[in-house]
Write a protein that binds this ligand. Structure first.
Ligand code: HEC
Length: 158
């Protein structure tokens, strides 16, 4: 192989890995491993509703959006019983769900669902929420607390 051809190949390889890195090409993004599959099957078997009667009115409204949008492809039990709790875990996962073909979730709806899930986790999964907060790096912990407080303030009046 000529030197120039080798160089071209190297450059092509670098460009491809850069694309994978930026997410333009998503490497087998939709595959989940066997352990995750088993875990998800357990979530699906758990309770499929949440008693939101003691939640702020605005959060109760968001529950309706969550119920409508997150049942298109699987049971509501799946997110209800999932072990995601912290704001960043939910925002990352909601984005993942938005990228699934045919999900039809707008940014406004996603925000409402996010706020519902974070509020709900901080109340219904408080032990898990606190455990994850305690294990987080100080900066991440402070950020998660700030996000929760902002949300609590926003919904206190609603
Ligand atoms: C377009 C189809 C689709 C929609 C809509 C959808 N999901 Fe999913 N969801 C999936 C698929 C497929 C999986 C299997 C695991 C994966 O690919 O991440 C999944 C898995 C999950 C899991 C388990 C992930 C794990 O690793 O524990 C949670 C939690 C979840 N979804 C939450 C939601 C929430 C919250 C919404 C609404 C914002 C939603 N899903 C809407 C397709 C969808």
């Amino acid at each position: 192989m000529k030197m120039s051809q080798k160089l071209a190949l190297i450059l092509l390889g670098a460009a491809a890995s850069a694309l994978v890195g930026t997410g333009v090409i998503r490497a087998a993004d939709d595959e989940v491993d066997a352990a995750t599959k088993a875990k998800i099957a357990q979530f699906d078997k758990g309770p499929a509703t949440i008693d939101v009667s003691a939640y702020p009115a605005g959060i109760q409204k968001n529950y309706a959006v969550f119920r409508e949008k997150c049942t298109l492809c699987h049971t509501l039990a799946r997110p209800i019983n999932s072990d995601f709790a912290l704001p960043d875990e939910w925002s990352r996962y909601i984005k993942r769900m938005m990228h699934k073909p045919g999900s039809m979730i707008s940014n406004t709806q996603a925000k409402k669902i996010y706020e519902f899930l974070v509020y709900d986790a901080s109340v219904r999964k408080k032990a898990l929420f606190d455990e994850k907060l305690a294990a987080a790096a100080p900066a991440d912990k402070a950020e998660a607390e700030a996000k929760l407080n902002e949300l609590l303030q926003a919904y206190a009046q609603k």
